[in-house]
Write a protein that binds this ligand. Structure first.
Ligand SMILES: NC(=O)c1ccc[n+]([C@@H]2O[C@H](COP(=O)([O-])OP(=O)(O)OC[C@H]3O[C@@H](n4cnc5c(N)ncnc54)[C@H](OP(=O)(O)O)[C@@H]3O)[C@@H](O)[C@H]2O)c1
Length: 357
Protein backbone atom coordinates (compact mmCIF):
# COMPACT_ATOMS: atom_id res chain seq x y z
CA UNK A 1 0.00 0.00 0.00
CA UNK A 2 1.34 3.44 -0.98
CA UNK A 3 0.83 6.01 1.80
CA UNK A 4 0.31 9.59 0.65
CA UNK A 5 0.47 12.53 3.07
CA UNK A 6 -1.67 15.59 2.43
CA UNK A 7 -0.88 19.00 3.89
CA UNK A 8 -4.02 21.05 3.30
CA UNK A 9 -3.88 24.85 3.23
CA UNK A 10 -7.37 26.38 3.29
CA UNK A 11 -10.26 24.82 5.19
CA UNK A 12 -13.08 27.07 3.93
CA UNK A 13 -15.91 25.92 1.66
CA UNK A 14 -13.80 23.83 -0.67
CA UNK A 15 -11.11 22.65 1.79
CA UNK A 16 -13.57 21.40 4.42
CA UNK A 17 -15.67 19.59 1.79
CA UNK A 18 -12.49 18.00 0.47
CA UNK A 19 -11.48 16.67 3.91
CA UNK A 20 -14.87 15.00 4.31
CA UNK A 21 -14.75 13.52 0.79
CA UNK A 22 -11.22 12.15 1.30
CA UNK A 23 -12.05 10.62 4.70
CA UNK A 24 -15.20 9.00 3.27
CA UNK A 25 -13.40 7.63 0.20
CA UNK A 26 -10.42 6.28 2.18
CA UNK A 27 -11.37 2.59 2.13
CA UNK A 28 -12.42 2.70 -1.52
CA UNK A 29 -9.06 4.22 -2.55
CA UNK A 30 -7.17 1.63 -0.54
CA UNK A 31 -9.14 -1.24 -2.09
CA UNK A 32 -9.29 -0.01 -5.69
CA UNK A 33 -6.05 1.94 -6.12
CA UNK A 34 -3.72 0.69 -3.39
CA UNK A 35 -3.39 4.25 -2.09
CA UNK A 36 -3.78 5.14 1.56
CA UNK A 37 -4.42 8.84 2.12
CA UNK A 38 -3.52 10.49 5.39
CA UNK A 39 -4.01 14.20 6.23
CA UNK A 40 -1.43 15.03 8.92
CA UNK A 41 -1.72 18.84 8.67
CA UNK A 42 -4.64 21.17 7.96
CA UNK A 43 -4.27 24.95 8.14
CA UNK A 44 -6.09 28.22 7.67
CA UNK A 45 -4.32 31.58 7.37
CA UNK A 46 -3.16 31.63 10.99
CA UNK A 47 -3.56 28.23 12.66
CA UNK A 48 -2.64 24.64 11.88
CA UNK A 49 -3.66 21.29 13.34
CA UNK A 50 -0.84 18.71 13.43
CA UNK A 51 -1.42 14.96 13.79
CA UNK A 52 1.27 12.65 12.39
CA UNK A 53 -1.24 9.75 12.21
CA UNK A 54 -3.67 11.85 10.17
CA UNK A 55 -6.78 13.78 11.23
CA UNK A 56 -10.03 11.97 12.00
CA UNK A 57 -13.71 12.59 11.26
CA UNK A 58 -13.76 14.88 14.34
CA UNK A 59 -11.29 17.24 12.71
CA UNK A 60 -13.44 20.35 13.15
CA UNK A 61 -13.64 19.95 16.94
CA UNK A 62 -9.96 18.98 17.09
CA UNK A 63 -9.06 22.08 15.08
CA UNK A 64 -11.01 24.34 17.45
CA UNK A 65 -9.37 22.71 20.46
CA UNK A 66 -5.79 22.07 19.38
CA UNK A 67 -4.85 24.16 16.32
CA UNK A 68 -1.83 26.37 16.95
CA UNK A 69 -0.27 29.43 15.35
CA UNK A 70 2.21 28.32 12.69
CA UNK A 71 4.56 29.35 9.94
CA UNK A 72 5.93 27.40 6.99
CA UNK A 73 9.06 26.32 8.91
CA UNK A 74 6.86 24.57 11.51
CA UNK A 75 5.24 22.51 8.77
CA UNK A 76 8.56 21.65 7.09
CA UNK A 77 10.08 20.65 10.47
CA UNK A 78 7.01 18.54 11.31
CA UNK A 79 7.05 16.60 8.02
CA UNK A 80 10.81 15.94 8.40
CA UNK A 81 10.64 14.97 12.08
CA UNK A 82 7.88 12.45 11.29
CA UNK A 83 9.53 11.11 8.10
CA UNK A 84 6.38 11.85 6.10
CA UNK A 85 6.81 10.65 2.52
CA UNK A 86 4.84 11.22 -0.68
CA UNK A 87 3.93 14.75 0.34
CA UNK A 88 1.15 16.65 -1.44
CA UNK A 89 0.46 20.29 -0.50
CA UNK A 90 -3.04 21.37 -1.48
CA UNK A 91 -3.74 25.07 -2.01
CA UNK A 92 -7.45 25.51 -1.29
CA UNK A 93 -6.96 29.17 -0.39
CA UNK A 94 -7.82 32.18 -2.54
CA UNK A 95 -4.66 33.88 -1.34
CA UNK A 96 -2.38 35.99 -3.54
CA UNK A 97 0.45 35.70 -0.99
CA UNK A 98 0.28 31.94 -0.43
CA UNK A 99 1.71 31.12 -3.87
CA UNK A 100 4.97 32.78 -2.83
CA UNK A 101 5.77 29.62 -0.85
CA UNK A 102 5.17 27.20 -3.76
CA UNK A 103 8.85 27.16 -4.73
CA UNK A 104 9.98 26.46 -1.16
CA UNK A 105 7.43 23.64 -0.89
CA UNK A 106 8.72 22.06 -4.10
CA UNK A 107 12.34 22.42 -2.92
CA UNK A 108 11.35 20.66 0.31
CA UNK A 109 9.91 17.60 -1.39
CA UNK A 110 6.26 18.56 -1.85
CA UNK A 111 4.06 17.94 -4.87
CA UNK A 112 1.30 20.49 -5.42
CA UNK A 113 -2.42 20.50 -6.12
CA UNK A 114 -4.14 23.88 -6.42
CA UNK A 115 -7.70 25.13 -6.65
CA UNK A 116 -6.28 28.63 -6.27
CA UNK A 117 -5.76 30.17 -9.74
CA UNK A 118 -3.19 32.76 -8.71
CA UNK A 119 0.02 30.77 -9.40
CA UNK A 120 -0.96 30.06 -12.99
CA UNK A 121 -1.98 33.64 -13.76
CA UNK A 122 0.99 35.62 -12.46
CA UNK A 123 3.82 36.53 -14.87
CA UNK A 124 4.95 33.93 -17.37
CA UNK A 125 8.40 34.14 -15.72
CA UNK A 126 6.91 32.85 -12.46
CA UNK A 127 4.87 30.24 -14.38
CA UNK A 128 8.07 28.93 -15.98
CA UNK A 129 10.05 29.10 -12.74
CA UNK A 130 7.55 26.81 -10.98
CA UNK A 131 7.77 24.29 -13.81
CA UNK A 132 11.59 24.46 -13.80
CA UNK A 133 11.67 23.71 -10.07
CA UNK A 134 9.15 20.87 -10.49
CA UNK A 135 11.29 19.29 -13.24
CA UNK A 136 14.50 19.72 -11.26
CA UNK A 137 13.06 18.11 -8.11
CA UNK A 138 10.96 15.49 -9.96
CA UNK A 139 7.69 16.82 -8.49
CA UNK A 140 4.19 17.24 -9.92
CA UNK A 141 1.63 20.06 -10.00
CA UNK A 142 -2.07 19.44 -10.78
CA UNK A 143 -4.72 22.17 -11.00
CA UNK A 144 -7.75 20.74 -12.78
CA UNK A 145 -10.17 22.90 -10.76
CA UNK A 146 -8.58 26.18 -11.96
CA UNK A 147 -10.99 26.12 -14.92
CA UNK A 148 -14.52 24.68 -14.88
CA UNK A 149 -14.25 23.48 -11.22
CA UNK A 150 -14.80 19.68 -11.36
CA UNK A 151 -15.23 19.51 -15.16
CA UNK A 152 -12.31 17.80 -16.94
CA UNK A 153 -11.16 20.82 -18.96
CA UNK A 154 -7.45 21.18 -18.17
CA UNK A 155 -6.74 17.45 -18.57
CA UNK A 156 -8.66 17.36 -21.88
CA UNK A 157 -6.72 20.29 -23.33
CA UNK A 158 -3.43 18.80 -22.04
CA UNK A 159 -4.30 15.39 -23.49
CA UNK A 160 -5.19 16.80 -26.90
CA UNK A 161 -2.16 19.08 -27.08
CA UNK A 162 0.35 16.52 -25.81
CA UNK A 163 -0.93 13.86 -28.22
CA UNK A 164 -0.15 16.19 -31.12
CA UNK A 165 -3.72 17.27 -31.87
CA UNK A 166 -3.92 20.85 -33.17
CA UNK A 167 -6.34 22.82 -31.00
CA UNK A 168 -7.55 25.77 -33.09
CA UNK A 169 -10.09 27.47 -30.84
CA UNK A 170 -11.68 27.25 -27.39
CA UNK A 171 -14.93 29.09 -26.81
CA UNK A 172 -17.44 28.95 -24.01
CA UNK A 173 -19.10 30.19 -20.87
CA UNK A 174 -16.34 29.97 -18.23
CA UNK A 175 -18.03 31.67 -15.28
CA UNK A 176 -20.80 30.09 -13.18
CA UNK A 177 -22.01 33.45 -11.86
CA UNK A 178 -22.14 35.18 -15.28
CA UNK A 179 -23.75 32.05 -16.71
CA UNK A 180 -26.55 32.23 -14.13
CA UNK A 181 -26.97 35.99 -14.57
CA UNK A 182 -27.32 35.95 -18.38
CA UNK A 183 -29.23 32.64 -18.61
CA UNK A 184 -31.80 34.03 -16.15
CA UNK A 185 -31.89 37.59 -17.54
CA UNK A 186 -32.30 36.34 -21.14
CA UNK A 187 -35.12 33.97 -20.22
CA UNK A 188 -37.13 35.99 -17.64
CA UNK A 189 -38.83 39.36 -17.66
CA UNK A 190 -36.81 40.53 -14.65
CA UNK A 191 -34.65 43.62 -14.23
CA UNK A 192 -30.92 42.98 -14.51
CA UNK A 193 -30.41 44.30 -10.96
CA UNK A 194 -32.99 41.84 -9.58
CA UNK A 195 -31.20 38.96 -11.30
CA UNK A 196 -27.90 40.20 -9.89
CA UNK A 197 -29.34 40.28 -6.38
CA UNK A 198 -30.79 36.80 -6.81
CA UNK A 199 -27.35 35.53 -7.94
CA UNK A 200 -25.84 37.05 -4.77
CA UNK A 201 -28.42 35.42 -2.50
CA UNK A 202 -27.77 32.03 -4.12
CA UNK A 203 -24.05 32.47 -3.41
CA UNK A 204 -23.06 32.59 -7.10
CA UNK A 205 -21.41 36.02 -7.00
CA UNK A 206 -18.60 37.38 -4.83
CA UNK A 207 -19.68 39.72 -1.99
CA UNK A 208 -18.81 42.64 -4.32
CA UNK A 209 -20.49 41.53 -7.59
CA UNK A 210 -18.10 43.76 -9.56
CA UNK A 211 -15.49 41.01 -9.16
CA UNK A 212 -17.72 38.88 -11.39
CA UNK A 213 -18.89 41.69 -13.68
CA UNK A 214 -15.31 42.83 -14.35
CA UNK A 215 -14.76 39.67 -16.46
CA UNK A 216 -11.31 39.24 -14.83
CA UNK A 217 -12.10 35.73 -13.61
CA UNK A 218 -12.94 34.67 -17.18
CA UNK A 219 -9.74 36.40 -18.32
CA UNK A 220 -7.68 34.37 -15.82
CA UNK A 221 -9.22 31.10 -17.01
CA UNK A 222 -8.48 32.02 -20.64
CA UNK A 223 -4.85 32.65 -19.69
CA UNK A 224 -4.55 29.30 -17.90
CA UNK A 225 -5.89 27.38 -20.92
CA UNK A 226 -3.82 29.42 -23.41
CA UNK A 227 -0.65 28.59 -21.46
CA UNK A 228 -1.53 24.88 -21.72
CA UNK A 229 -1.31 25.41 -25.48
CA UNK A 230 2.10 27.05 -24.99
CA UNK A 231 0.82 30.48 -25.95
CA UNK A 232 3.22 32.75 -24.11
CA UNK A 233 0.72 35.28 -22.78
CA UNK A 234 0.41 37.68 -19.86
CA UNK A 235 -2.83 38.63 -18.10
CA UNK A 236 -2.58 42.22 -19.41
CA UNK A 237 -2.74 40.86 -22.97
CA UNK A 238 -6.19 39.31 -22.45
CA UNK A 239 -8.89 41.56 -23.99
CA UNK A 240 -11.58 41.77 -21.33
CA UNK A 241 -14.91 43.55 -21.70
CA UNK A 242 -15.90 44.81 -18.27
CA UNK A 243 -19.63 44.95 -17.61
CA UNK A 244 -19.22 47.67 -14.96
CA UNK A 245 -20.12 51.14 -16.23
CA UNK A 246 -17.31 53.62 -15.64
CA UNK A 247 -19.37 55.71 -13.19
CA UNK A 248 -19.68 52.62 -10.92
CA UNK A 249 -16.13 51.34 -11.21
CA UNK A 250 -13.45 50.88 -8.52
CA UNK A 251 -13.71 54.48 -7.31
CA UNK A 252 -17.20 53.71 -5.96
CA UNK A 253 -17.37 51.79 -2.66
CA UNK A 254 -18.96 48.33 -2.62
CA UNK A 255 -21.88 49.68 -0.54
CA UNK A 256 -22.49 52.55 -2.92
CA UNK A 257 -22.34 50.18 -5.90
CA UNK A 258 -24.89 47.93 -4.22
CA UNK A 259 -27.22 50.90 -3.68
CA UNK A 260 -26.90 51.98 -7.31
CA UNK A 261 -27.21 48.63 -9.12
CA UNK A 262 -30.55 49.81 -10.54
CA UNK A 263 -28.44 51.96 -12.89
CA UNK A 264 -27.38 48.77 -14.69
CA UNK A 265 -30.95 47.99 -15.76
CA UNK A 266 -31.17 50.44 -18.67
CA UNK A 267 -27.82 49.29 -20.11
CA UNK A 268 -28.65 45.58 -20.09
CA UNK A 269 -32.27 46.03 -21.19
CA UNK A 270 -30.85 47.83 -24.23
CA UNK A 271 -28.46 44.92 -24.94
CA UNK A 272 -31.41 42.53 -24.65
CA UNK A 273 -33.90 44.39 -26.83
CA UNK A 274 -31.40 45.25 -29.56
CA UNK A 275 -30.68 41.57 -30.27
CA UNK A 276 -32.04 39.61 -33.23
CA UNK A 277 -35.25 37.71 -32.46
CA UNK A 278 -34.53 34.31 -30.88
CA UNK A 279 -31.11 35.32 -29.54
CA UNK A 280 -29.87 35.30 -25.94
CA UNK A 281 -27.06 37.13 -24.13
CA UNK A 282 -23.97 35.18 -23.07
CA UNK A 283 -20.68 36.31 -21.50
CA UNK A 284 -18.06 34.17 -23.19
CA UNK A 285 -14.35 33.51 -23.28
CA UNK A 286 -12.62 32.79 -26.58
CA UNK A 287 -9.12 31.71 -27.55
CA UNK A 288 -8.18 31.94 -31.23
CA UNK A 289 -4.98 29.94 -31.39
CA UNK A 290 -3.72 31.04 -34.84
CA UNK A 291 -3.82 34.73 -33.93
CA UNK A 292 -3.00 34.02 -30.25
CA UNK A 293 -5.92 36.22 -29.23
CA UNK A 294 -7.69 35.83 -25.89
CA UNK A 295 -10.97 37.64 -25.39
CA UNK A 296 -13.76 37.80 -22.78
CA UNK A 297 -16.93 39.55 -23.99
CA UNK A 298 -20.70 39.79 -23.97
CA UNK A 299 -22.29 38.37 -27.11
CA UNK A 300 -25.73 37.76 -28.55
CA UNK A 301 -26.08 34.09 -29.48
CA UNK A 302 -28.90 32.15 -31.23
CA UNK A 303 -30.83 30.24 -28.58
CA UNK A 304 -30.64 26.93 -30.46
CA UNK A 305 -26.81 26.66 -30.35
CA UNK A 306 -24.79 24.77 -27.71
CA UNK A 307 -23.94 28.05 -25.96
CA UNK A 308 -27.48 29.40 -26.31
CA UNK A 309 -29.17 26.44 -24.64
CA UNK A 310 -27.25 26.30 -21.32
CA UNK A 311 -29.22 26.70 -18.11
CA UNK A 312 -28.68 27.56 -14.43
CA UNK A 313 -25.05 28.27 -13.58
CA UNK A 314 -23.59 25.75 -16.04
CA UNK A 315 -20.26 26.17 -17.75
CA UNK A 316 -19.75 25.06 -21.34
CA UNK A 317 -16.51 24.64 -23.26
CA UNK A 318 -16.36 24.11 -27.03
CA UNK A 319 -12.94 22.80 -28.07
CA UNK A 320 -12.22 23.08 -31.80
CA UNK A 321 -9.38 20.97 -33.17
CA UNK A 322 -8.11 19.84 -36.55
CA UNK A 323 -9.58 16.31 -36.17
CA UNK A 324 -12.93 17.41 -34.72
CA UNK A 325 -13.31 19.92 -37.58
CA UNK A 326 -16.43 22.12 -37.46
CA UNK A 327 -18.06 19.93 -34.77
CA UNK A 328 -16.25 20.84 -31.57
CA UNK A 329 -15.71 18.61 -28.59
CA UNK A 330 -18.14 20.00 -26.00
CA UNK A 331 -17.85 19.72 -22.20
CA UNK A 332 -20.75 21.08 -20.16
CA UNK A 333 -21.91 20.95 -16.54
CA UNK A 334 -21.71 22.59 -13.13
CA UNK A 335 -18.66 24.84 -13.24
CA UNK A 336 -18.77 25.96 -9.60
CA UNK A 337 -19.69 24.70 -6.13
CA UNK A 338 -17.76 23.25 -3.21
CA UNK A 339 -18.76 19.61 -3.81
CA UNK A 340 -17.75 19.42 -7.48
CA UNK A 341 -14.59 21.47 -6.87
CA UNK A 342 -13.51 19.27 -3.96
CA UNK A 343 -14.17 16.18 -6.08
CA UNK A 344 -11.97 17.68 -8.82
CA UNK A 345 -9.16 18.20 -6.27
CA UNK A 346 -9.60 14.63 -5.01
CA UNK A 347 -9.25 13.45 -8.62
CA UNK A 348 -5.99 15.41 -8.92
CA UNK A 349 -4.71 13.88 -5.65
CA UNK A 350 -5.48 10.37 -6.89
CA UNK A 351 -3.81 10.91 -10.28
CA UNK A 352 -0.80 12.53 -8.65
CA UNK A 353 -0.52 9.72 -6.08
CA UNK A 354 -0.46 7.13 -8.87
CA UNK A 355 2.63 8.87 -10.30
CA UNK A 356 4.61 8.77 -7.04
CA UNK A 357 7.21 6.04 -6.69
N1 LIG B 1 -16.11 27.44 -4.74
C1 LIG B 1 -15.96 27.12 -6.01
O1 LIG B 1 -16.92 26.84 -6.75
C2 LIG B 1 -14.58 27.08 -6.60
C3 LIG B 1 -14.38 26.53 -7.89
C4 LIG B 1 -13.08 26.45 -8.41
C5 LIG B 1 -12.02 26.95 -7.67
N2 LIG B 1 -12.26 27.50 -6.45
C6 LIG B 1 -11.13 28.03 -5.69
O2 LIG B 1 -10.97 27.32 -4.47
C7 LIG B 1 -10.29 28.16 -3.54
C8 LIG B 1 -10.99 28.09 -2.19
O3 LIG B 1 -12.31 28.59 -2.32
P1 LIG B 1 -13.30 28.62 -1.06
O4 LIG B 1 -14.62 28.99 -1.60
O5 LIG B 1 -13.14 27.38 -0.27
O6 LIG B 1 -12.69 29.87 -0.22
P2 LIG B 1 -12.98 30.24 1.31
O7 LIG B 1 -14.22 29.59 1.81
O8 LIG B 1 -12.84 31.72 1.39
O9 LIG B 1 -11.76 29.56 2.12
C9 LIG B 1 -10.44 30.01 2.00
C10 LIG B 1 -9.58 29.31 3.04
O10 LIG B 1 -8.22 29.64 2.78
C11 LIG B 1 -7.60 30.02 4.02
N3 LIG B 1 -6.44 30.87 3.76
C12 LIG B 1 -6.40 32.15 3.27
N4 LIG B 1 -5.12 32.56 3.17
C13 LIG B 1 -4.34 31.53 3.60
C14 LIG B 1 -2.93 31.37 3.75
N5 LIG B 1 -2.06 32.33 3.42
N6 LIG B 1 -2.50 30.18 4.22
C15 LIG B 1 -3.34 29.19 4.57
N7 LIG B 1 -4.69 29.30 4.46
C16 LIG B 1 -5.17 30.46 3.98
C17 LIG B 1 -8.72 30.73 4.76
O11 LIG B 1 -8.38 30.85 6.13
P3 LIG B 1 -8.92 32.07 7.04
O12 LIG B 1 -10.32 31.67 7.40
O13 LIG B 1 -8.00 32.07 8.20
O14 LIG B 1 -8.84 33.30 6.20
C18 LIG B 1 -9.86 29.74 4.49
O15 LIG B 1 -9.74 28.62 5.33
C19 LIG B 1 -10.25 29.57 -4.17
O16 LIG B 1 -8.99 29.80 -4.74
C20 LIG B 1 -11.31 29.48 -5.24
O17 LIG B 1 -11.08 30.37 -6.33
C21 LIG B 1 -13.49 27.54 -5.89
Amino acid sequence: MKKVNIILFGIGNVGSTLINQLLSAKEQWEKNSGISVSIPVIANSTKALFNAEGISKNWQKDFEKSAENYNLEDILDFTKANDLEHLIAIDATASKEFVEIYIRLIQNGFNLVAANKVANTLSSDFYKEIRKELDYHGKHFFYETNVGAGLPIVQTIQGLYQSGEKVTKIRGVFSGSLSFIFNTFSENKENFSDVLEKAGKLGYTEPDAREDLSGNDVGRKLLILARELELNKEFQEVKIQSLIPEKLNGKTSAEEFQKRIGELDEIFTKHKTEQEQGNVLRYIGEIEVASASLEAKLISEPKNTALGQIKGADNIFEIYTESYGDQPLVIQGAGAGAAVTARGIAGDVLKLSQRLN
